[in-house]
Design a protein around this ligand. Structure first.
Ligand SMILES: Nc1ncnc2c1ncn2[C@@H]1O[C@H](COP(=O)(O)OS(=O)(=O)O)[C@@H](OP(=O)(O)O)[C@H]1O
Ligand SMILES: Nc1ncnc2c1ncn2[C@@H]1O[C@H](COP(=O)(O)OP(=O)(O)O)[C@@H](O)[C@H]1O
Length: 627
């Protein structure tokens, strides 16, 4: 048992390579006796110490592509990519081993504020140990833990009914909890539950069978962990390999390296590369130990193909006869992990497999109360909340429903500005809505329209606090352009909010949608050949970036009307600042709603220092290129 001291990591890996690996998560709180249970388990099996685990992690990352099953990269990959992204979600991974199996246990705190930690641990786990205090029975947190485990695709639960010593090792108490929990788990789609009565404190039924509970003839907790058979999902998929990198050591060799996440492959097999759709056959399966005649799930290999194909990181190489679907719109569960709420319509990076694409949540169908599984209406998701959402990606990706394949069905969302992992989710199915809508080709194109008007279409995007002078300056600029014979249109926040956007208020999510719509309108108008002036507070950097990306390079000019809050407040033409200060308006920009100043605007106007005419002149010079 355990790891003999003085054994090098390489020797250790070699010796234990052949044993299979069980990843599990422990759910429960300190009060349930989780620490005692884990402590005892690790003590009884003479755990591998944490610093050695750290060394092992480092080592297996260096040797990462070798065919070893002991791929610790998985610990930091998948949903825990937040490490790469620079935020730490506290999940303690422990490693131990017995004669029969190797184990990785993710020990996550149990309270509701740690839901995201639990999800991180659960995302790579095969089994969950759910702890219950025999005196308390099934609690709200039991429901929550089971729901998160089920959401993250865990199909096996070991229900450890702990503190049996405190209920006199009473069988009826145990059976009642077992029955109640079985119904709960079945309702959440967990097919396999094994209940075991234990006393972590007394060591009853932990590694050795209990003597105090002769009525229980099942295995001890450790025996169960050592012997439980983890069934793969029902449908066995064809070959899938997400390309991690393209290996080109010289002109003669081009290999595609990555993990085999489903199926198997042999030289000569026909493959398709997705999302592009190119086809070829496998020429060689290359590993550090030489060529192979076959690669199967769990292997990390490098493939070469018979034909030269344009393949890059993020593509999926798949069995030609049984490929995954490709789509850009999905229904998905999403667990929000960031202090700042998820805002539908905002752009995030989405990472699935080895691919990263731009993405938006287009709609929150409902959020799910993690404690009761009640479905509630929601316009945003706060930290640790779960929502069922529609997702829209900027480009199509190859995917599998999470229930069929975790590696191609799990995704994370990354904030585009901070690079932090802000959400993690599971794809349910592709939405077919966009399939039958094609971009209509028009013979009169934007260049033709612009030529007729004799001007270069552009978007002048004014941003700044309320009262900063956006409308005043934009208005002057439009008059000047009009006098010069230019075709223009001014979109003003106050006006657009009376019509197109009359359904929107001033919450963060409504402002995101406000800006998204007006940016799309501005884009159409630029397409029509106009010089469009947009005058909206547009307080968030992310949405201004989104607007900018809708236009061709050089077409979008961000004009920051930088007037100090005190000046705007002193002007207070509409009396709104006074109202906001008095508490009469909530979410007022600059008072109790943020304004994120532009970092690199094309034009930076100091609205408190210069007259509107001078400011307008600077904008005209920027637009007409007379600097
Ligand atoms: N809570 C709150 N916060 C900010 N502004 C408020 C608010 N409530 C009403 N108003 C008035 O609405 C105008 C801003 O609308 P916008 O569409 O430009 O705002 S945003 O871009 O969606 O943030 C803004 O007009 P301007 O003064 O022209 O900027 C205000 O007059
Ligand atoms: N550069 C400036 N100097 C002095 N007053 C200004 C200047 N720009 C605008 N104002 C005045 O400030 C008030 C608010 O301007 P407005 O254009 O309505 O701001 P916004 O559209 O950003 O809310 C108006 O009364 C306007 O006359």
């Amino acid at each position: 048992m355990g790891r003999e001291p003085n054994l090098s990591v390489d020797e250790y890996l070699a010796r234990h390579e052949s044993k299979d690996l069980l990843r599990f998560i422990t759910c429960g709180s300190v009060d349930d006796g989780k620490s005692t249970l884990l402590g005892r388990l690790l003590y009884d099996t003479k755990l591998l110490f944490d610093d050695q685990l750290a060394a092992l992690e480092g080592d297996s990352r260096r040797h990462g592509t070798q065919n070893g099953e002991l791929d610790f990269a998985l610990l930091v990959d998948g949903l825990s990519a937040e490490r790469e992204q620079g935020i730490t979600i506290d999940v303690a991974y422990r490693f131990f081993t017995t004669e029969r199996r190797k184990f990785i246990v993710a020990d996550c705190p149990g309270h509701e504020q740690y839901t995201r930690n639990m999800a991180t641990g659960a995302s790579t786990a095969d089994l969950a140990v759910v702890l219950i205090d025999a005196r308390k029975g099934v609690l709200t947190q039991t429901r929550r833990h089971t729901y998160i485990a089920a959401l993250l695709g865990i199909r096996h639960v070991l229900l450890a009914v702990n503190k049996m010593d405190l209920v006199g090792y009473d069988e009826a108490t145990f059976r009642a909890i077992e029955t109640e929990y079985a119904a709960l788990a079945a309702g959440m789609g967990i097919p396999q539950v094994s209940a075991i009565p234990v006393s972590a404190l007394r060591g009853e039924n932990i590694s050795a069978r209990a003597t105090a509970m002769p009525w229980f003839d099942g295995p001890s907790l450790l025996e169960h962990l050592e012997t439980v058979v983890i069934q793969p999902p029902a449908r066995t998929l064809g070959f899938r390999l997400p390309v991690q990198w393209v290996c080109r050591p010289d002109q003669n060799f081009r290999g595609y390296a990555g993990p085999v996440v489903a199926g198997s492959i042999a030289p000569g097999d026909e493959v398709v590369v997705l999302p592009g759709g190119a086809r070829s056959r496998v020429a060689r399966i290359v590993t550090a130990d030489g060529d192979r005649t076959q690669a199967v799930v769990g292997d990390a290999v490098t493939l070469t193909l018979e034909d030269e194909r344009d393949i890059s990181r993020g593509d999926v190489i798949a069995a030609a006869g049984d490929p995954p679907q490709v789509a850009d719109q999905f229904a998905a569960h999403l667990l929000w992990m960031d202090e700042a709420a998820l805002l539908p319509g905002r752009g995030y990076w989405l990472k699935i497999g080895t691919r990263t694409v731009g993405a938006q949540v287009t709609e929150i169908k409902h959020k799910v109360d993690v404690n009761t599984q009640e479905e509630l209406a929601a316009k945003r998701l706060e930290l640790n909340e779960v929502g069922y959402c529609n997702l829209s990606l900027d480009q199509p990706v190859a995917f599998e429903p999470y229930a069929a394949c975790r590696e191609l069905g799990a995704f994370i969302l990354i904030d585009r500005q901070t690079n932090a992992t802000v959400g993690a989710g599971t794809l349910d199915f592709a939405l077919r809505r966009a399939d039958n809508i094609h971009w209509q080709h028009l013979d009169i194109d934007r260049a033709a329209r612009a030529r007729l008007k004799g001007q270069s279409p552009a978007c002048l995007w004014f941003t700044g606090l309320s009262g900063s002078g956006k409308s005043t300056v934009a208005n002057l600029v439009e008059k000047r352009l009009f006098a010069l014979g230019r075709h223009t249109y001014l979109l003003d926040g106050d006006n657009v909010r009376h019509g197109l956007n009359r359904d929107l208020g001033f919450t963060d999510e409504d402002r995101v949608e406000n800006i998204r719509r007006v940016a799309e309108v501005a884009k159409l108008m630029v397409d029509a050949g106009l010089i469009v002036l947009v005058s909206f507070i547009s307080p968030f950097r992310e949405e201004r970036r989104m607007a900018r990306e809708l236009f061709a390079p050089g077409e979008f000019h961000e004009v920051f009307v930088d007037t100090p809050l005190a000046v705007c407040e002193a002007r207070d033409v509409k009396g709104l600042y006074a109202k906001a200060r008095a508490g009469g308006i909530r979410n007022f920009t600059g008072i109790d709603s943020p304004y994120e100043a532009p970092e690199a605007p094309e034009v930076h106007l100091h609205g408190g220092d210069q007259a509107p005419e001078q400011l307008a002149e600077r904008v005209i010079r920027e637009l007409l290129g007379e600097h």
